[in-house]
Design a protein around this ligand. Structure first.
Ligand code: PPS
Length: 300
């Protein structure tokens, strides 16, 4: 018989349903009116991603760039999900993302979203806010999402690897198809200069270079020493050890099943995909990803 933990009993897994043409669960739609009516400020900075693309990594980079010099207590007492609220979330064990965002005392406010571009609250466009979009190659993204499905009680039951992979290819994931998400934001970027589109693989390859690009987009000029402090702080091993960034304070995640800071690698998909799965995935990928200017690396 399957071993059911107390956490699983307290949080029955949500079901996926269609929401404005995108698969969602109630945790991201229950607060929808407040999400859509959110009042953005011109200096808000949005970190937008498909789930598991490096949101927390980039959130922490931005948090350190803006507020790393503030009181040391902030670094040791406020977890990243409160410093950078997740706009559309309604986690029954925590404050809603909207409440957290509205109470943010910082300027700028850093706000995370997984919404596909067409569902982003209009106020962010009206206020012409800066948006940092982070994308990760589909194969590593689906592997990371699979493990997350096991440890996060807010995710639908993930099932086994091959059925999860199949559903990913069909777009039956929370926040919809990866393919539409990364392409939708990429196309938006072509007409909207306030979007900085970055890749997880580039960040892995050269964190310092990517921080320089981010700073130039944001108009920041940290000293060499500040930049070194940020690079050191956001290294995978340091974020994994850091209780404020490793999600150990979130009651709906079971880090014993799989740590949030799991591997942090490019190419871990090779440990999960069979040769046949990889071939089938690549075939399907070619049919869905028609824009030749959007290119992902599956190894670095
Ligand atoms: S979430 O739940 O959508 O906000 O998750 P997200 O933060 O987007 O993605 C989690 C994955 O990002 C990896 N990660 C990192 N990799 C390298 N370096 C650093 N510093 C880092 N921080 C987070 C994390 O380990 C998850 O990927 P996997 O492949 O599962 O390890």
């Amino acid at each position: 018989m399957k071993n059911v933990t107390l956490l699983q009993m307290e949080h029955p897994r949500p079901k996926l349903f269609d929401f404005h043409g995108v698969s969602m669960t109630n945790h991201y739609t229950d607060n929808w009116d407040n999400v859509q009516n959110f009042k953005a400020r011109p200096d808000d900075i949005v970190i937008a991603t498909y789930p598991k693309a490096g949101t927390t990594w980039v959130s922490y980079i931005l948090d350190l760039l803006y507020f790393g010099q503030m009181s040391p207590e902030r670094q040791t007492s406020i977890p990243i999900h409160e410093r950078v609220p997740f706009l559309e979330i309604n986690n029954p064990s925590l404050s809603t993302g909207i409440d957290l965002a509205e109470k943010l005392p910082t300027s700028p406010r850093l706000i995370k979203t997984h919404l596909p571009v067409q569902l982003v609250p209009k106020s962010f466009w009206q206020q012409n806010c800066r948006i940092v979009y982070v994308a990760r190659n589909a194969k590593d993204n689906v592997v990371s999402y699979f493990h997350f499905g096991h440890m996060s009680m807010l995710q639908p039951e993930p099932g086994d690897w091959s059925s999860f992979l199949q559903r990913f290819m069909e777009g039956k994931m929370v926040f919809g198809p990866w393919y539409d998400h990364v392409t939708g934001w990429w196309e938006k970027k072509q007409t909207h200069s306030k979007i900085h589109y970055m890749f997880y693989e580039d960040l892995t390859e050269d964190t310092g270079r990517e921080i320089d690009r981010l700073c130039s987009f944001l108009g920041l000029s940290p000293s060499a020493e500040e930049k070194e402090t940020v690079i050191r702080g956001v290294q995978f091993d340091n974020m994994k050890k850091n209780k404020m960034t490793n999600y150990s304070t979130v009651p709906t995640m079971d880090l014993k099943v799989s740590p949030f800071m799991r591997k942090g690698k490019v190419g871990d998909w090779k440990n999960h995909f069979t040769v046949a799965q990889s071939e089938q995935f690549d075939e399907d990928y070619k049919k869905k990803m028609k824009n030749p200017t959007l290119y992902f690396r599956t190894e670095v």
